[in-house]
Design a protein around this ligand. Structure first.
Ligand SMILES: NC(=O)c1ccc[n+]([C@@H]2O[C@H](COP(=O)([O-])OP(=O)(O)OC[C@H]3O[C@@H](n4cnc5c(N)ncnc54)[C@H](O)[C@@H]3O)[C@@H](O)[C@H]2O)c1
Ligand SMILES: O=C(O)C[C@H](O)C(=O)O
Length: 345
């Protein structure tokens, strides 16, 4: 027996450390983003339970994803009555619920429908998993994050360190486009993208890209690259010609962001990310996407934006009014109360 104990003890030292495992809820799981995101999350070693919630089609999506031979247990939840059970005990809630753009629309054109959806889901989180980390994908992100924060604040459960607008797709796009230009593996490219998530509020700091952009690139070429990153969502909306907006690249980006959150939550040390959070990084803008350091409790540090060249500084100044307008619009929507939510339905 003593020998067996000794062998077991040695074997336990040889075992690689097991990752912490968490319950993750996807709200809007049957949608264009929700389905591939659920599939990618089912492959995560950090997830013990995957809770798939939507107002339609979740039984089929959950049955399908549950047949993947990976460890996470999958449960589907359908309709508002089942939202409490979907959220109970969740550590991370990811929200791609809401309508996407069609050609000719701005993200802000989605406000009237998506503001009410996000508000309802925020009330659910406040009531059923108030300490969960929340990652909001639903557009317009520049307004939906302030809406969510206001609801949590009114319920007395807001911790801004755990509330994120997902801007990872902007970073992913910048990495992809730069890798094509410099001829590097995208995994070896790093580039900060800061600000918000709509048009001019998306600010890629190309001067900080690594590897650096070729010195031979003209100012016009750098400007065109910045504009391509800012308009990449519209590029997809136009290519899909009425069938929605980015879903597959967004699912990839959200799965990557979820992975960072779960690693930080599990205590794997400081994890570097970008996200749109409540912030005092930029005077006069209460929400801003910055480089972040994530730890067990959420945002541990909001890091400086670093140096900007003249083109970036000009864009930085130009975004401020639009971003503040979107933030105030979200805050006012909640301040006006349920009447505004009803009008938006
Ligand atoms: N942050 C980003 O970078 C980014 C990128 C792409 C898309 N988006 C946004 O993500 C959202 C979803 O896009 P999509 O292409 O998946 O749309 P979609 O229409 O394909 O899917 C949305 C899903 O949300 C569900 N839904 C609607 N109301 C709901 C509610 N009250 N509770 C739960 N689920 C509800 C729908 O039933 C649907 O299954 C859009 O607002 C889009 O603009 C954001
Ligand atoms: O562009 C959109 O409407 C969806 C999303 O915000 C994106 O950037 O792809």
């Amino acid at each position: 027996m003593a020998a067996l104990n000794r062998i077991q003890k040695i074997a336990s030292h040889l075992d690689p450390p097991k990752p912490h495992k968490f319950k993750v809820a996807v709200l809007g799981a049957a949608g264009g983003i929700g389905q591939p995101l659920s599939m990618l999350l089912k492959m995560s070693p950090y997830i013990s339970e995957l809770s798939l919630y939507d107002v339609m089609n979740t039984p089929g999506v959950a049955a399908d994803v549950s047949h993947m031979s990976t460890a996470a247990r999958v449960k589907g939840y359908l309709g508002a009555d089942q939202l409490p059970a979907a959220l109970a005990g969740a550590n991370l809630v990811i929200i791609p619920a809401g309508v996407p753009r069609k050609p000719g629309m701005t993200r802000d054109d989605l406000f009237n429908i998506n503001a009410g959806i996000v508000r309802t889901l925020a009330e659910g989180v406040a009531a059923h998993c108030p300490t969960a980390w929340v990652a909001i994908i639903s557009n317009p992100v520049n307004s939906t994050v302030p809406i969510f924060a206001e609801v949590l604040q009114r319920a007395g459960v807001l911790d801004p360190k755990r509330l994120f607008g997902v801007t990872t797709l902007d970073v992913v796009r910048a990495e992809a486009f730069i890798s094509e230009i410099v001829g590097a593996d995208p995994r070896d490219v790093s580039v900060p993208v800061v600000g918000g998530h709509a048009g001019v509020t998306i600010l890629p700091l190309l001067s900080q890209a690594r590897p650096s952009l070729p010195a031979s690139m003209t100012a016009e070429q750098r400007k065109a690259l910045m504009t391509r990153i800012q308009d990449a969502g519209t590029e997809v909306v136009q290519a899909k010609a009425g069938a929605g907006s980015a879903t597959l690249s967004m699912a990839y980006a959200a799965a990557r962001f979820a992975d960072s959150c779960l690693r930080a939550m599990g205590g794997e040390g400081a994890v570097a990310e970008y996200a749109y959070v409540r912030s005092s990084a930029v005077e006069g803008l209460p929400y801003f996407s910055s480089p972040l350091r994530l730890g067990r409790a959420g945002v541990e540090d909001i890091l400086p934006l670093g140096p900007m060249d003249a083109m970036e500084s000009e864009n930085f100044e130009a975004m401020k009014a639009e971003l503040l307008g979107s933030i105030r619009k979200g805050e006012e929507f909640v301040a006006k109360g349920p009447a505004a939510a009803a009008a938006a339905k």
